[in-house]
Design a protein around this ligand. Structure first.
Ligand SMILES: [Zn+2]
Length: 340
């Protein structure tokens, strides 16, 4: 039996039909973890859907009403890029409930993993890019409302920038100092254009301002979303970057972020789409490199005694089994770092 909980429900499945988003991945991950003996049935907790009150901690009443009454405009439906249905709304409320439970478990066990979630393209007043509700933001705001945490840090390693996260927490964002020079990286900085590389907001350091959320996003610059609202730290990676450069940038971003900010909770979005065979990504990480990435995040959190909640975000490998392997490896990495 694991020393931490995996949050999962068969109802995580997104009813979106044939789609580049492999909605069956959650069940496949669950099944693989059981078959491979990584977890047993007792390691899983079934989440409850978030309440409307929870969702409203992040999203506007107008948007929530449109979702509940099926009155999104044609344009809003198009931006969402997945077909609207009542069942889909229920699946997103459940994903948010799963992230709340994963956060709660992280505060108990040091780490909690939702086999789902990570819908980082959702904004307060609309959904985008397969993301209807920002489950991670809902979990953070719920933990803050319940006085379980004061501050949080998001570490978003999906290949796409966390635009929703950046927009939601812009009001409370702690402006970060620029990253130190890329000493930790083997990346040739001359290969980065003026709009690439690290961008960070100048400003003073506010270590533990109540309610503050520090946002880190490592993503491919030449990819969705076109408009990237500023995170506390954005690492705009050039196309085709491989394991070692990626890991150096991640290490650099984590050290820099944690020098400036002391979170009560880290929310790790373990996207599988930086993988070199991803259909919607343009980076070149290997399955092994992605596992090292997960271990790096968990080691840093553990060394500083900061609880971590994990969600999965994207993953569109040509072979869905690769996406499942990458996501299962995240649980194996947690087990390795936090003990079995
Ligand atoms: Zn993605």
């Amino acid at each position: 039996m694991l020393l931490f909980k995996l949050i999962y429900s068969d109802a995580y499945y997104l009813p979106i039909g044939a789609h580049v988003f492999p909605a069956e991945k959650y069940r496949l991950i669950h099944d693989r973890l059981l078959t491979n003996g990584v977890a047993d049935a007792k390691d899983f907790l079934e989440p409850k859907p978030a309440s409307d009150q929870d969702i409203l901690l992040v999203h506007t009443p107008e948007y929530v009403k449109k979702l509940k009454t099926g009155t999104l405009s044609a344009r809003e439906q198009m931006e969402l890029e997945i077909p609207y249905s009542r069942e889909l709304v229920e699946a997103f409320w459940l994903a948010a409930g799963g992230s709340i439970l994963a956060a709660r478990q992280a505060l108990i066990d040091g780490v909690g993993v939702s086999i789902g979630g990570g819908f980082h393209h959702a904004f307060p007043d609309h959904g985008e890019g397969f993301c209807m509700i920002h489950d991670v933001a809902v979990a953070i705001r719920r933990m803050q409302r319940d006085d379980k945490i004061r501050t949080a840090m998001t570490v978003d390693c999906d290949v796409h920038q966390g635009n929703g996260t950046a927009a939601i927490f812009a009001g409370t964002r702690t402006a970060s100092a620029p990253l130190p020079s890329a000493a930790a990286s083997t990346l040739d900085s001359s290969s980065l254009g003026s709009s690439q590389g690290c961008s960070a907001l100048p400003g003073k350091i506010h270590r533990t301002q109540d309610g503050a959320v520090f946002t880190i996003s490592l993503h491919q610059h030449n990819n969705y979303p076109l408009w990237k609202p500023p995170s506390s730290i954005d690492i705009d990676l050039p196309d085709g970057i491989g394991d070692d450069d990626y890991l150096a940038w991640l290490d650099n971003a984590l050290s820099s972020g944690l020098r400036q900010f002391e979170p009560d909770l880290i929310c790790y979005l373990a996207g599988a789409d930086p993988y070199r065979e991803d259909q919607l990504g343009g980076l070149s990480l290997t399955i092994e490199g992605l596992k090292r990435r997960d271990e790096l995040v968990f080691r840093v959190a553990r060394a500083r005694n900061i609880p971590v909640m994990v969600t999965y975000a994207g993953g569109y490998a040509k072979n869905v089994e690769d996406t499942v392997t990458i996501h299962c490896n995240t649980v194996i990495a947690v087990r390795k770092v936090f003990g079995a």
